[in-house]
Design a protein around this ligand. Structure first.
Ligand SMILES: CC(C)(COP(=O)(O)OP(=O)(O)OC[C@H]1O[C@@H](n2cnc3c(N)ncnc32)[C@H](O)[C@@H]1OP(=O)(O)O)[C@@H](O)C(=O)NCCC(=O)NCCS
Length: 228
């Protein structure tokens, strides 16, 4: 049985993975999603040029073009934009347990594997699913950070190493700490607005290649001035 994301219409270059099984004999183009052999990818949509590192686990996660998540990380019930850089040992939407019930333990919802019920608790899993995490484009999530259930992280934001993000993060804002707090905005408002208007993350691959020298050489304000 395919998962929920199987029904989504796929943009060009995007692929659906019901339950990824590594095939060492498969040849894949560089632009196709690259999933490390020991990664677990279940019911996910991955864009072109995406990369998933070893021992990383993705479940019901959509990850936009060029985004990567490296080793020993996890993401569930999440939408991740394009060009996100997600470090190792990160957690995106780690599952909450039912704090208001008599038992926190998962025998109450993963009941079948404990031979305690005929079926698992679908309502419980729907509750987790409804607490979706949204991550914008070109977000950098630092080493060991956790983004908790229901949080939205704006485009261009930075999550500092070790942060526990319990509240929404505004675009282009750097946050850090436990619980995370804003450290600073990356750019003045005019530059933020300019980048959002440019939306370079939607540019085709060829345009990125043409602009690569300017991505390298220019600061954001000069880049916005040149391309606006
Ligand atoms: C957040 C980060 C990007 C630095 O941002 P910055 O705006 O240049 O911050 P600064 O170094 O100028 O520090 C500003 C303040 O934030 C604090 N700070 C910096 N990083 C922090 C973090 N991860 N958590 C909590 N506070 C942090 C500093 O101690 C400083 O505090 P002060 O004002 O009380 O002295 C960087 O510290 C970081 O966490 N990088 C992640 C690296 C990583 O995980 N890479 C993985 C490979 S992709």
């Amino acid at each position: 049985m395919s998962g929920l994301l199987a029904a989504r219409a796929l943009p060009p270059g995007y692929e659906y993975f019901d339950h990824h099984v590594h095939d060492p004999a498969a040849t894949r183009a560089p632009s196709q999603p690259a999933i490390a052999p020991e990664a677990h990818v279940r019911d996910c949509i991955l864009g072109p040029w995406t990369r998933v590192g070893g021992r990383t686990s993705l479940m019901e996660t959509e990850m936009g073009a060029y985004s990567y998540i490296v080793t020993d990380s996890s993401s569930a019930y999440a939408t991740i934009g394009k060009f996100c850089s997600i470090a190792r040992d990160t957690r995106i939407n780690p599952g909450n347990h039912p704090t208001w019930k008599a038992a926190l333990h998962h025998f109450t919802y993963r009941s079948v594997s404990y031979e305690l019920g005929e079926a698992d608790d679908a309502d419980f899993f729907q509750w987790r699913r409804d607490d979706h995490v949204h991550i914008g484009h070109d977000v950098w999530i630092g080493h060991g950070a956790t983004v908790l259930a229901g949080v939205s992280v704006g485009t261009g934001a930075v999550i500092g190493a070790g942060a526990v993000v319990s509240k929404d993060v505004a675009p282009f804002t750097i946050v850090g700490g436990v619980p995370s707090k804003p450290i600073r905005e990356r750019f003045p408002k005019a530059v933020q607005d300019g980048l959002l208007a440019l939306a370079w993350w939607d540019w085709p691959h060829e345009r990125l290649a043409e602009a690569l020298p300017d991505f390298r050489a220019l600061d954001a304000d000069a880049f916005v001035a040149k391309y606006s």
